[in-house]
Write a new protein. Structure first.
Length: 233
């Protein structure tokens, strides 16, 4: 009888923990800036009212002229308190062959998951966007070319806003600007976005991906996930 009570207690505890985690809200803050060779990106993930925080800082991205690859400097910060943050600096180099291999893996992943489009579409419909800003300053050194580029830029930005509002819950008025620079050639852009979703919705999407994996070849799914995890480290 005591063993049965212990099993029931553990089962109820696990179910309660899973329900608590699934109800937690995940907030992701994206800040990307490009300004005359000064490229940086920052992605902050927060949950449990900000007590759990994970930040990815990419202060520099440059092209390796010898291998034509991309070198990314990255700093990961783990911690909910700014006074108690564990920083892990990393330097990664991605060659053209590695980038091509990553695209092939992603293509195989899309091919193996049945109804992947529907799964992603349903998950994206659960995502809320509470901040969306995109500011750009551009100049081609020629007034005519600058005017053409600004027109194309507005089309791209309005298309992006239309796509976001179609697939996600856009709960804020997007702030988008393009400032032409007719006096000099320059390129600057700053993108800020804040998105929110329930962890349970992400868990459900993951379960559906496993469920609809074509041919039930879970070993291929595990190898794909393991390969992506190794790339991030």
């Amino acid at each position: 009888m005591r063993k049965l009570n212990a099993v029931l207690f553990i089962a109820v505890g696990l179910i309660s923990l899973i329900m608590f985690i699934s109800m937690m809200r995940m907030s992701i803050f994206i800040d990307i800036k490009h300004a005359q060779g000064d490229d940086r990106a920052k992605i902050t993930l927060k949950t449990l009212f900000g007590l759990i925080r994970y930040t990815i800082n990419i202060p520099l991205v440059k092209v390796d002229k010898e291998s034509l690859g991309i070198i990314v400097f990255r700093q990961d910060e783990v911690g909910g308190n700014q006074n108690n943050v564990d920083v892990h600096p990393k330097k990664s180099k991605y060659t053209p062959s590695e980038i091509a291999h990553s695209f092939r893996q992603t293509k195989q992943f899309i091919h193996h998951v049945v109804h992947l489009h529907s799964i992603i579409k349903k998950f994206m419909s659960r995502i809320s966007i509470t901040k969306f800003e995109w500011h750009t300053t551009f100049g081609a050194g020629d007034a005519a070319y600058t005017g053409m580029a600004v027109g194309i830029g507005w089309s791209v930005k309005y298309g992006m806003v239309a796509m976001v509002s179609k697939y996600m819950k856009l709960k804020t008025v997007p702030v988008i600007t393009i400032t032409p620079s007719f006096q000099q050639a320059m390129s600057q852009t700053h993108f800020i976005c804040m998105i929110h979703f329930r962890i349970g919705h992400a868990m459900l999407a993951g379960i559906r991906i496993v469920k609809y994996w074509r041919g039930n070849s879970l070993s291929q799914l595990k190898s794909f996930v393991a390969g992506k995890a190794n790339e991030s480290y």
